[in-house]
Design a protein around this ligand. Structure first.
Ligand code: SAH
Length: 509
């Protein structure tokens, strides 16, 4: 590569072991700036959403055996992309220099005169140690740790692994890429003098909702893994600390850990909720059964917007409504000042905090977050007779709120700012998991999403599974009941957060 072709800088970034927020701040910053991201198979795809919308994203999976997207091809790609872009992030699972061939890539970049920087990451063994309650060092049991590749031995004439030494190592052995060679590794260690009674543990999918840990002895661990169906990616830990200590097991005590929760909002709503579930170590299956359709380009809405100051009250009944309205305001180069002295009501805390994001403190939030209670309490609190009240809501919202306000003699204007439409989704993963009784909860946050979901999934299929149904509030519960379903949970606080905490409380019992 000629020097004049050199342009970009390559950042070899450790993505961390699994859970997407275990990347370093430096790594995330660079990911956000990257013009091109070249990522490995073990990288959590959730990280890619931080990349710029126009960033070039390139996957470089390697099949086992390592001969598909070869290292050579990856190296070539790095040079090619460095000549096209300024900032290239080479995103690698765990830490780039721990068995990730990051060193080869760095040397190659150096040899080709390309600028590079290495951002370390949390390596799988360290993560597994923290998340499985198997501290790999412990002043009572282990004062040394070895990281060993278990892949190396395969087919290699001359192993560079010193089995003799390892079998007498008095600390903790952590094997990477070792599941395929498990029997060979055990055979090597025991034949060279390690006791078959040595504690051993395997941690698969460390830091993810699917994390599984098995503990046994060197003699039995391989069979336990087989019978428990534990496969890669996994770390094998051998040594006294592999016994673990139940006091260190914090993950399995998280109420939502490994619980599968199916969510049925629109794509944006699902993404937000999935984050919260993953944060609590649950597994979120996102089924966007509805699709948001803004109605803010309607003449009715634009006319209302120009007259918004003339209203005494403006009522928002969802965070989405707030978002839609402020989206348009920002496009029109306007801001919260369009509301003038109109008072503003929010149906609940989620809507109120969305308003707060745009600089508006809601003048009224009811004690219970339903349209009915909103109407009842607003009528009790405010003088509405003859007052102009504007509802900025979903087109699908019920008539209860405007009817009650009109009965109190308010002059009500109901202007839809968005609607939801049915969205057909890919149900394959969901159906398989439901059939295998691996779905714990199905969550509904609106009556319409319940309708759209059960237009795609037979009611009987759900009823014959062990999945429990959670509903955000009474209107959704009623709709589910009409569809013939029994709701296991309706939170006292009718918000997504309320829903999630109630599920947590039930699971904690
Ligand atoms: N550079 C990576 C390791 C790459 S080698 C790091 O620092 O972690 C790939 C091996 O890492 C896998 O075969 C497995 O042994 C281990 N590994 C990666 N992610 C893992 C995870 N989430 N849980 C358990 N082991 C993992």
């Amino acid at each position: 590569m000629k020097a004049e072709n050199k342009k970009g800088k390559v950042y070899l970034v450790g993505a961390g072991p699994g859970k997407s927020d275990l990347i370093t701040l430096r790594g995330l910053e660079l990911l956000k700036q990257a013009d091109c991201v070249i990522y490995d198979k073990l990288v959590n795809l959730a990280l890619l959403r931080y990349a710029k919308a126009n960033a070039e994203l390139i996957a470089t999976p390697k099949r086992t055996g390592g001969e598909s997207f070869t290292q050579q091809q990856i190296n070539k790609l790095l040079i090619e992309k460095a000549s096209e872009h300024n900032t290239i992030v080479r995103l690698k699972g765990g830490d780039p220099y721990i068995f990730g061939r990051g060193t080869e890539e760095a040397k190659w970049l150096a040899d080709n005169g390309i600028d590079f920087e290495v951002v370390p990451g949390v390596t799988a063994a360290i993560a597994a140690s923290a998340y499985a309650g198997i501290a790999i060092t412990d002043r009572d049991f282990s004062s040394q740790v070895a990281f060993i590749t278990g892949h190396e031995a395969q087919g290699k004439q001359q192993s560079s692994i010193d089995w003799g030494n390892l079998s007498h190592f008095s600390g903790t052995l952590c094997f990477y890429m070792a599941m395929e060679n498990f029997d060979f590794i055990i055979e090597q260690l025991t034949s060279k003098g390690m006791s078959p009674d040595t504690p051993a543990a395997v941690i698969a999918d460390a830091t993810l909702a699917t994390q599984r840990t098995v503990k046994a002895t060197l003699a039995t661990i391989a069979n336990v893994c087989k019978s428990e169906n534990i496969g890669p990616p996994a770390i094998i830990v051998i040594g006294a600390t592999a016994k673990g200590d139940s006091r260190l097991e914090w993950l399995t005590k998280q109420p939502l850990f490994s619980k599968t929760i199916v969510i049925t909002r629109d794509a944006e709503g699902n993404a937000e909720l999935a984050d919260k579930i993953v944060d609590k170590m649950g597994l979120a299956i996102e089924l966007p059964v509805t699709k948001l359709k803004p109605l803010t380009d309607s003449t009715a809405f634009l006319k209302t917007l120009s007259e918004i100051k003339s209203y005494d009250w403006v009522i928002f009944t969802s965070a989405t409504g707030v978002e839609q309205v402020f989206d348009v305001l920002s496009k029109l180069n306007k801001d919260a000042r369009v509301f003038g002295s109109a008072k503003i009501a929010a149906i609940g805390t989620a809507t109120a905090s969305k308003l707060a994001k745009f600089g508006i403190r809601a003048d009224f939030v009811p004690t219970t977050f339903t349209s009915r209670i909103l109407a009842k309490e607003l009528i009790e609190t405010a003088q509405l007779r003859g007052r102009k009240v504007l509802l900025l809501r979903s087109k699908l919202a019920s008539d209860e709120l405007p009817d009650m306000l009109a009965k109190a003699r308010a002059v009500v204007e109901n202007v839809p700012v968005y609607t939801q439409e049915k969205n057909l989704c890919d149900l394959k993963q969901f159906s398989e998991m439901l059939a295998q009784k691996r779905v714990d909860w199905i969550v509904f946050a609106s009556p319409f999403s319940a309708t759209c979901f059960f237009e795609q999934v037979p009611v009987e299929f759900v009823k014959s599974s062990n999945a429990k149904i959670a509903s955000i509030g009474p209107v959704t519960t009623k709709q589910l009941a009409e569809l013939g379903l029994q709701v296991s949970l309706e939170p006292a606080e009718h918000t997504i957060n309320g829903l999630l905490s109630s599920i947590e409380q039930i699971e904690a019992r």
